[in-house]
Design a protein around this ligand. Structure first.
Ligand SMILES: Cc1ncc(COP(=O)(O)O)c(C=O)c1O
Length: 435
């Protein structure tokens, strides 16, 4: 995924331009994470306020990125700010456990059916890494199956085809099997053929980079049936999609995983990850004399700041909160879809709950292959994100956009009206392109 664009210099953002120049002197490619959009430079932020960020050049933008869907309540959510400010006076990390980690674990275990036991880590990448290690230790098998196009963080076994460095160390390539999402027969055949080597199948119930396309019921049922028969564990990666509901995404789609990973929203805006699941599988993280064990540590794992912020944010994310986000998400997706349809514009929308993704194609993609943007479609999406930015809205390019509880109906009207204005303005171009 390339998100560096050779756009024309943005004269309205001289400070961001200058900061990028400084960044290029000290960071490879000028930034510290590959996912930073540059068009042609990143927009450096000075502060966040609820649904908005303010950049270093004084622009105030509606933030549909929410740090890659992390901020369920937007920026500087007051209850989190208060709790963390108070906590910081008592120290930020210890070699000893604190009550905060137990409180957050209790909340998650009570809410999410797949979680009997849980361990906290610092990122989603780590969570997926430990889930894969746990599955390999529990089953005694080396390989993992994953679905093409899905992003599961930067652990080699989970990374897939997206950011492939060369050369890879070890021979894990042969230990990663790639499957097609929503392909029941193909998935069943591949799992059956490789069963004796497969520890787990890793699945994001609605992978965002693969299109933010919902799983079919037959796919979920077929996957569970074959995995159970073959003794292959199911790892549901809900690092992103836990925000699909009070009980998470697996529950929503009828998936009963053996292990589940979480992150993003459960840290209330601070770094976090979690791996949890069946008690007998999670026992591999114990020090039982006979068990195949996985050593899981981490200097900052379960640090009280992330735990406390996460607890406050998740307590505020109660059932009415998720229901409200869902209503708003449904309404926005329906509106964007109808704007595109009425204008016969080559755009479509996928997503669920508080997540949406706009595609530069008339027909909403149904598979990862259909999600991939042609050069023409990519150009269209870049034009769309530029138009949004000119209207002070940050729309992620080719990734999931998300709502937060800080967004008002006026904010969402602004999103829909901006999309309608873009479609109207680009109308003549897109009609031409069709001919
Ligand atoms: C589904 C999924 N898994 C894992 C990760 C990795 O999480 P992190 O960036 O916290 O390492 C992400 C990050 O976007 C994700 O969306």
């Amino acid at each position: 995924m390339s998100i560096a664009m050779a756009g024309v210099a943005d004269t309205s953002r001289p400070r961001s331009t200058e900061l990028y120049r400084r960044g290029q002197a000290v960071f490879p490619d000028g930034v510290t994470r590959v996912t930073i959009e540059r068009d042609p430079h990143p927009i450096y932020v000075t502060r966040g306020e609820g649904a908005f960020v303010v950049d270093v050049d004084g622009h105030r933008l509606l933030d549909l990125n929410n740090n890659f869907t992390t901020l369920l309540h937007g920026h500087a959510f007051e209850p989190v700010v208060k709790a963390v400010a108070q906590l910081l006076r008592s120290g930020s990390c210890f070699a000893n456990p604190t009550t905060h980690e137990i409180a957050l674990a209790e909340l998650l275990v009570a809410r999410i059916p797949a979680l009997e036991k849980i361990r906290f880590v610092n990122t989603g990448t780590e969570a997926v890494m430990f889930a894969v290690k746990a599955a390999r230790a529990f089953t005694g098998r080396p390989a993992v199956a994953r679905f093409e196009g899905a992003y599961h963080g930067a652990y080699d076994w989970a990374e897939g085809e997206q950011y492939r460095p060369a050369p890879r160390d070890g021979n894990h390539e042969s230990d990663v099997l790639h499957l097609r999402f929503n392909d029941v027969a193909g998935t069943q055949a591949a799992l059956t053929a490789h069963a004796d080597r497969l520890a787990a199948v890793l699945i994001d119930p609605m992978p965002s980079r693969a299109g933010l396309i919902a799983p079919t019921r037959e796919f979920i049922t077929g996957l569970m049936t074959v995995a159970r028969q073959l003794g292959i564990l199911i790892i549901a990666d809900e690092v992103l999609n836990l925000r699909q509901g009070f009980c998470g995404a697996s529950h929503r789609y009828g998936l009963q995983p053996d292990l589940l990973t979480a992150g993003k929203i459960i840290g209330g805006g601070f770094p976090v990850g979690a791996v949890g699941g069946r008690g007998d599988v999670m026992a591999v993280f114990g020090a039982g004399a006979n068990a195949a064990t996985v050593s899981q540590g981490g200097t900052f794992s379960a640090n009280p700041v992330s735990m406390c912020a996460g607890l406050v944010a998740m307590e505020a994310a109660d059932e009415p909160c998720f229901a409200d986000l869902e209503r708003k998400g449904d309404a926005l997706r329906a509106r964007l879809t109808s704007i595109a349809a009425q204008a016969q514009a080559p755009f479509s929308v996928t997503g669920a709950a508080s997540l949406f993704r706009i595609h530069g194609k008339r027909q909403a993609p149904r598979t990862y292959a259909e999600t991939l943007a042609s050069a023409e479609e990519q150009k269209r999406l870049v034009a769309l994100t530029r138009f949004f930015r000119a209207q002070d809205i940050l729309l992620p390019l080719g990734a999931a956009a998300s709502l937060s509880t800080a967004m008002t109906n006026d904010d969402l009207n602004h999103v829909a009206n901006t999309f309608a204005a873009f479609v109207a303005e680009a109308g003549s171009d897109t009609q031409e392109a069709q001919q």
